[in-house]
Design a protein around this ligand. Structure first.
Ligand SMILES: O=C(O)COP(=O)(O)O
Ligand SMILES: [Mg+2]
Length: 299
C-alpha cells in the first residue's frame, strides 16, 4: 500500500491509492469522496437510556470533530487508464533505433538518445518534427522550419516502416508493471491503455511484452481527434469503460498525462521513472507519485 495520506481511492479489494482531496463542502471535487463530517453519527448507534445519552452525544461529537480533521471515507475506483511509453515500457531504445535508421535514409545526422527522451510523449508527429528541427540546427530558424516540413513526409514514411520492423526489440517492461496491473485487475478495476503512440505500434508492442491481456481497451494517439494533454482520449476511454472520470484513475509518466487527467476530472498518479520532457515527474501536479506500479498493490 502507498502511504501518503489518510484518505485514498480504494478498489473493490485491496488497492489503495492516496488522493489529496479538494473539498467543496462535504464532497471532493476531484473524486467525489464524501467527508463524514455531516454524517448523522448518532443514528448509527442504538438508542441509549436517557441520562447516558448526553455522554454518548459528547462522545459522538468528538468523533465527528476528529472525522472533520481526518476525512475517513475512501472512494472507490472502478477503472484505471494506463499510459504506455515511460509508464509500462521503456521504449527509448526503440525510438532511438527507428530514428537512427530514418535519419540514415534521409542522409541527415544522428541525434543522441538523451535528446530524444525529451521529445517523447506528445505523439509521433511532434517527435518527428522535433527531431528534424534538432538535426537541421545549423540552419537559421525560418529556413529550418521550411526544411522540417519539406523532409516530413519522407521522414514519416521511413520512421513508420523502421519502427514496425524493430518494435519492442530495443525496449523492456519496467519492474513492477505486471504485478501492479495484476493487482488492479484483482481489485476488480477495468483497465484501458491510452497512449499517444499510434495504435499500429501500441497494440503489437503490448502483445510482444505480454501486457495486452490486462486491457479491455487500447487507444492509440490516432484513435481520436486530439491527443493528451487534451482530455478527449481519457474521456473517450471512460466512455468505453463505462466509468465516471472521477472514479477512473489515470496512471502516467508525464505532464501530458497529468494535464489530460486534470482536465478530464480523473484522479492521477505519476510514475517517477519515465519521460517527462527532461523535467522530474515529481514537479508535476498529481494526486500521488510512485516509484513503481507495484506500489499500487496493497501491502
Ligand atoms: O509520444 C509517444 O509516442 C508516447 O506516448 P505515451 O507516453 O502517451 O505512451
Ligand atoms: Mg508516457
Amino acid at each position: 500500500m502507498i502511504r501518503g495520506g489518510p484518505q485514498g481511492i480504494r478498489g473493490t479489494r485491496g488497492v489503495s491509492i492516496p488522493v489529496h482531496h479538494r473539498w467543496k463542502g462535504a464532497q471532493c471535487v476531484r473524486c467525489q469522496a464524501v467527508r463524514v463530517v455531516d454524517a448523522p453519527m448518532a443514528n448509527r448507534f442504538p438508542p441509549v437510556p436517557h441520562g447516558r445519552r448526553a455522554v454518548w452525544c459528547d462522545f459522538l461529537n468528538l468523533i465527528s470533530m476528529i472525522a472533520d480533521i481526518i476525512p475517513v471515507t475512501r472512494a472507490r475506483a472502478d477503472a484505471a487508464i494506463v499510459d504506455l511509453d515511460g509508464t509500462m515500457v521503456d521504449t527509448l531504445g526503440d525510438f532511438a533505433e527507428a530514428l537512427r535508421r530514418m535519419l540514415g535514409d534521409l542522409s541527415l545526422p544522428g541525434i543522441p538518445a538523451a535528446e530524444i527522451e525529451r521529445m517523447v510523449g506528445k505523439g509521433t508527429e511532434h517527435l518527428l518534427r522535433s527531431v528534424l528541427d534538432h538535426v537541421l540546427q545549423p540552419m537559421e530558424p525560418q529556413r529550418r522550419a521550411a526544411a522540417v516540413e519539406a523532409h516530413y513526409p519522407q521522414a514519416w514514411e521511413a520512421y513508420g516502416r523502421h519502427y514496425l520492423a524493430i518494435n519492442g526489440s530495443h525496449s523492456r517492461v519496467y519492474e513492477g508493471v505486471a504485478e501492479g496491473l495484476q493487482a488492479l485487475r484483482a481489485a476488480g478495476l477495468r483497465l484501458a491503455c491510452v497512449t499517444n503512440k499510434p495504435g499500429a505500434f501500441a497494440v503489437p508492442l503490448l502483445r510482444a511484452k505480454g501486457l495486452d491481456g490486462f486491457f479491455d481497451h487500447v487507444f492509440g494517439g490516432d484513435a481520436f481527434e486530439r491527443k493528451k494533454p487534451d482530455p478527449l482520449p481519457l474521456l473517450k476511454a471512460c466512455e468505453a469503460l463505462g466509468t465516471a472520470p472521477a472514479r477512473t484513475l489515470a496512471i502516467g509518466d508525464s505532464v501530458n498525462d497529468a494535464r489530460a487527467a486534470r482536465a478530464a476530472g480523473c484522479p492521477v498518479v505519476l510514475v517517477t521513472y519515465g519521460y517527462n520532457h527532461g523535467q522530474p515527474a515529481r514537479q508535476v501536479d498529481a494526486d500521488a507519485h510512485v516509484d513503481s506500479l507495484q506500489a499500487l498493490c496493497a501491502g
